[in-house]
Design a protein around this ligand. Structure first.
Ligand code: PLP
Length: 443
């Protein structure tokens, strides 16, 4: 497409993309996606493709939603932006109220951020701040897990556990500790799921005891470990980990940047799917269906009460962003939530999940597939050359090859080394789920 020759050149010459492969800088042949409607996107070449990953696990209500676009335009015309530091605006105030109505327990304090990384960063900074006020400045270490992904700020990246991302960037290693892989399909030969679960919970407790509970501030976990390969922990894992945390006075951060806002058929997966009420939930992505950036950490009343009023010792929580609670983002999030409720999107996800999951499971029968796993509208095809081997030892091209075959037939997936992950817009119909899997099957 010659019309696109200029922009392609500008993109290659000036735009450093996330996770840019430096050896190929300026030579990438990226597909330009210029339009979309429902679950489909349109490329500059005019090809219409199902968007398997819903952008980056985020376009929950699908593309081309004019109601969200109008809500954003209306807010921009009324009051596009004003400083959230000393002033307030009704859109984020209303949004904080709406979110607090939908969280479990006493998770009622909403701190708005610009995305998922800054939500994780702010959650951890809040915990460290709280421990300083409570005269326990040594209680700073956060326990995370191998293969976890929590973001790309210095602190959130330091809590991410993908070995291949750590090579060339410094990490705040003195503040973190990593637990071994929680993928049940990589458990030892002959080990039962129950024994594997016991082992994984014991890993957490041993780490806390070894480091010392006076030094461990928090444990952070995605309900389903998403970018690391849609790893679903054994049933009861999160509940037992939460019990271990609370037994040792360690806070539990549930990173729901992907699983929040409907991905598993609920506003949040922590309580409704995994039966836990964490101390802090982080969220972003689906909050605005990706129409505009926004994130939040949602903190329990109890945690805030411990360090406010007379107990605050005069402290200010010096953490926040120019765009904390941006009115246009808040207007998009409010409209997104209204659409979820009016159109019964959470119910729809719960209704079609069995179809999604049964087609997913059937992929395991293909000779190339080592494991096909997922939950809700989250799926992963793991073409493990050897299920026990680490990512780095796998054939790096399989995921990209499958994605290329799928794209040729009308479906985008997200390749991650030897895996492909997908998480379609939540409005996907049963017929469209079959269309998607028919293409994956063939590819
Ligand atoms: N946490 C999880 C679980 C994520 O999957 C991501 C992004 O994929 C993040 C945090 C970081 O979010 P963002 O890219 O919006 O900063």
């Amino acid at each position: 497409n010659t019309r696109f020759q200029d922009v392609r050149e500008w993109d290659n010459a000036h735009f450093i993309h996330p996770w840019e492969g430096m050896p190929f800088l300026g030579e990438n042949e990226r597909t330009f996606v210029e339009g979309g409607e429902g679950i489909y996107v349109t490329t500059e070449a005019g090809d219409r493709l199902i968007d398997g990953p819903a952008g980056m696990w985020c376009v929950q209500v699908g593309y081309g939603n004019t109601e969200i676009a109008e809500a954003m335009a209306h807010q921009a015309r009324e009051m596009a932006y004003f400083s959230p530091f000393n002033n307030a605006n009704s859109a984020p105030a209303r949004l904080a109220h709406e979110i607090a109505q939908r969280t479990s327990g006493d998770l009622n304090q909403v701190f708005f951020t610009t995305g998922g990384s800054t939500a994780v960063d702010s959650a951890v900074r809040f915990i460290k701040f709280r421990n300083n006020i409570m005269d326990r400045p040594e209680k700073k270490i956060v326990i995370s897990r191998q293969k976890a992904y929590h973001g790309s700020t210095y602190l959130a990246a330091s809590l991410s556990g993908k070995e291949r991302d750590k090579g060339w960037l410094d990490q705040a290693t003195h503040l973190t500790h990593f637990l071994p892989n929680v993928n049940p399909c990589q458990r030892a030969e002959g080990q039962s799921i129950e024994a594997f679960l016991d082992e994984k919970v014991a890993d957490l407790e041993s780490a806390i005891l070894e480091i010392g509970s006076d030094k461990v501030a928090a444990f952070i976990a995605e309900p389903i470990l998403c970018s690391g390969g849609v790893i679903v922990p054994p049933k009861g894992y999160h509940k037992r980990c939460l019990e271990v945390c609370h037994k040792h006075d360690v806070l539990y951060i549930s990173d729901e940047v992907v699983t929040g806002f409907g991905r598993l058929g609920h506003w949040f997966a922590s309580e409704d799917v995994f039966d836990i009420v964490p101390d802090i939930i982080t969220c972003a992505k689906g909050m605005t269906s990706g129409y505009v950036p926004m994130g939040a950490c949602i903190i329990s009343d109890r945690l805030v009460a411990d360090i406010s009023g007379d107990k605050a010792k005069g402290a200010t929580f010096s953490n926040g962003f120019t765009y904390s609670g941006h009115p246009v983002s808040a207007a998009a999030a409010l409209k997104n939530m209204e659409i979820f409720e009016r159109d019964g999107i959470l119910e729809h996800v719960r209704e079609i999940t069995p179809v999604f999951e049964s087609r997913l499971k059937a992929l395991s029968d293909l000779p190339l597939v080592g494991d096909a796993r997922g939950q809700g509208l989250l799926g992963c095809v793991d073409c493990a050359v050897d299920a026990k081997a680490d990512d780095l030892e796998q054939d790096k091209n399989i995921g990209a090859m499958i994605d290329a075959h799928c794209q040729a037939q009308g479906l985008i997936l997200r390749p991650i080394i030897n895996m492909c992950v997908f998480s379609p817009p939540l409005i996907i119909s049963e017929t469209q789920i079959h269309d998607m899997y028919d293409i994956i099957d063939k590819s």
